[in-house]
Design a protein around this ligand. Sequence first.
Ligand code: IPE
Ligand code: IPE
Ligand code: MG
Length: 254
Amino acid sequence: MSDTVLSSQQLPQHIAFIMDGNGRWAKSKGKPRVFGHRAGVKSVRRTIRTAARLGVKAVTLFAFSSENWQRPEEEVSLLMELFMVALTNEVKRLHKNDLKLKVIGDTSAFSQRLQDKIAEAEAITENNKGMQVNVAANYGGKWDIAQATKRIAKQIETGEVSVEEIDEALLSKHMSLSDLPEVDLMIRTSGESRISNFMLWQMAYAELYFCPCHWPDFDEDALIEAVSWFVNRERRFGCTGEQVKALMTTEKGF
Ligand code: IPE
Ligand code: IPE
Ligand code: MG
């Protein structure tokens, strides 16, 4: 018996998602991989809605890794097109719900059309005060550390910073999402237990949660289950999914 009331402070503030298994999900249904990617977009929408209703401060979704260029050209261009369409459609919904969109990764490799779309989507939601939704696109954890290092090296070149001043805090300042709390909970779907070069720096102390279901099947209950697991683990506090659910607001109009 527990008379302790669960408060939203005990929830993870920043949740990162490795959205894996779209291809396998489609295959299990005898459909082409793209069918899985399309279903994956619906899962993204659902996940954002649930996290926002729980009062989470930020979510980061791994959409395209720096290694994903190695996939067949046809799949890569399809993923780009899907990203383009999703940005166009979803930004209105995000804005309506006061959510802020940020894309992290080396976006310079994308087409100008996609880069413009990203800039436009970020600008529309820039001043929103609700949950921050980060999409990692052409992102790699090693790339992130390298780009931070490069920026510091440039400051050393100009004499703005000295070599002695390099420390973890300075590096953190130059990593992607330095204005957010580090990741508390990382969720990977589809049963693989690796982090595939995701946010290596920002996940240094994250709890890692691996769930067997494929990303298109990751629903509200699956997220609640992961969050309850986090609360029970991190805070040594026996909470139930129902208690987590009770923290959800209903006013969001997704
Ligand atoms: C995740 O699903 C989506 C992306 C990486 C873009 P996958 O495409 O990796 O699906 P599986 O792992 O092949 O099933
Ligand atoms: C990780 O999934 C990257 C994304 C979810 C975008 P992958 O399916 O690409 O990872 P690996 O290749 O199995 O490690
Ligand atoms: Mg995969």
